[in-house]
Ligand binder design. Structure first.
Ligand code: FES
Ligand code: FES
Length: 140
């Protein structure tokens, strides 16, 4: 079916040509690092964001030690959040990612890893910023 072909194309493309693999300097005060694991399978994802003065994600890198769906999910989310405000990035749901990549239900936890990773990276960034205000949101 068409749906099946789309699933294969999107997931395989992100899996074979992952975007934004790599790392940013975790000691850079404008960089937030998220490191999360999936309890269901033990896979691990690290996602890092670099945030500009306006609170927008200027750069983003990831490394995933996990399955193809986790790699595709992280590659997809890096493309999606680039240029986005951290407030908007916080609203991304794993179900959006799963829907976009047409992941089967058994692979939902793989996209959850990507949602957790971006949230955790933003949290780390905000913690580093201490009491600074980014986009009107207290950086707690
Ligand atoms: Fe082994 Fe995901 S369960 S790679
Ligand atoms: Fe565990 Fe995909 S099987 S992240």
């Amino acid at each position: 079916t068409v749906a099946r072909r789309q699933y294969h194309e999107k997931v395989i493309d992100h899996y074979e040509n992952p975007r934004n693999i790599g790392s940013l300097d975790k000691n850079d005060p404008t960089v937030g690092t998220g490191l999360v694991g999936a309890p269901a399978c033990g896979d691990v994802m690290r996602l890092q964001i670099k945030v500009d003065d306006a609170g927008n994600i200027a750069d983003v890198k990831f490394k995933t030690f996990g399955c193809g769906s986790a790699i595709a999910s992280s590659s997809y989310i890096t493309e999606r959040v680039r240029g986005m405000s951290i407030t908007d990035a916080l609203k991304i749901k794993n179900t959006d990612i799963a829907k976009e990549l047409c992941l089967p239900p058994v692979k939902l936890h793989c996209s959850m890893l990507a949602e957790d990773a971006i949230k955790s990276a933003i949290k780390d960034f905000r913690k580093k910023r201490g009491g600074d205000i980014v986009h009107g949101t207290p950086a707690t």
